[in-house]
Ligand binder design. Structure first.
Ligand code: PGA
Length: 260
């Protein structure tokens, strides 16, 4: 995997937005997998700016969701469908028609998971999947000890993740216990994985994912199995990496034409 250390989250956002823009110039109807939470917001801001400045035409882009809460009423502002529509789809000037995600309010959640797996396959698979990382090492909502071969399914959040996400709700009690998430096996099928992590709170999880052993205990370590995985971290999130100097030197010497 490639590890890119950037000075701050805005620089990371710009770098990843440019990789998405380059993909859309090559493949205008690329399927972009997006993630939620605070970390990816600079990516979406930078990509929307590129669209406004006519640096890239995103009008044929397709957007898909990584995970979703189960049981929030449809249209709830913190349902990830609402978040992705608000933070990604609308700023890019796209409509609901270019967007797909699992139905977290379905009566039959297991069927909704299968439907989403099928929809991703029928769409030709994800071209670039943006990922965050939980403080417990999760990707998507694949919590520790998720099968490395898992597919889209219902999961139970750890207490740590519910506490981490409580800031989006009035109280931690409102954070759902259950979620639908693309499985680790599903995520690994995307053609390019890009994980963005910023801030000191992610340093331990990043070090385990990048330099630790491949382990279901640290779901993000599954990126080690992917032939095209890029990890973009700010200085704080990189602060526990033993090979930070090597990663810096490698990126500094990288030919520009290679992109991410
Ligand atoms: P965060 O979430 O960006 O809000 O920290 C990351 C994640 O849980 O994947």
């Amino acid at each position: 995997m490639e590890v890119v250390i950037v000075p701050d989250s805005a620089t990371g956002g710009e770098l990843i937005a440019e990789a998405m823009a380059a993909l859309l110039r090559r493949k205008p109807d690329a399927l972009l997998g997006v993630s939620t939470g605070s970390t990816p917001l600079p990516v979406y801001k930078a990509l929307a700016a590129k669209v406004r400045d006519f640096e890239v035409d995103a009008s044929h882009a397709r957007i898909c969701q990584l995970d979703e809460y189960v049981g929030l009423p449809s249209g709830h502002p913190e349902a990830y469908r609402s978040v992705v529509l608000r933070e990604v789809v609308e700023p890019l000037g796209l409509t609901d028609a270019s967007f797909m995600g699992p139905d977290g309010s379905a009566d039959d959640v297991a069927a909704a998971c299968l439907d989403y797996e099928r929809a991703l396959a029928e769409a030709g698979g994800v071209d670039l999947q943006l990922l965050g990382i939980g403080t417990d090492g999760h990707i998507g909502f694949n919590e520790p000890c998720s099968s490395l071969a898992s597919r889209t399914r219902i999961k139970t959040l750890t207490e740590q993740t519910r506490q981490d996400n409580a800031r989006f709700f009035k109280a931690v009690e409102e954070v759902p216990h259950h979620v639908i998430t693309q499985g680790i096996g599903t995520i690994l099928q995307a053609r390019h994985l890009v994980l963005l992590a910023t801030g000191e709170a992610k340093a331990h999880a990043v070090a385990l994912a990048v330099e630790g052993p491949l382990s279901a205990l640290v779901p993000a370590s599954a990126l080690q199995l992917h032939p095209h995985a890029t990890v973009v971290v700010d200085e704080a999130a990189a602060s526990s990496l033993k090979l930070a100097d090597y990663f810096r030197a490698t990126y500094a010497a990288k030919p520009l034409w290679q992109g991410l």
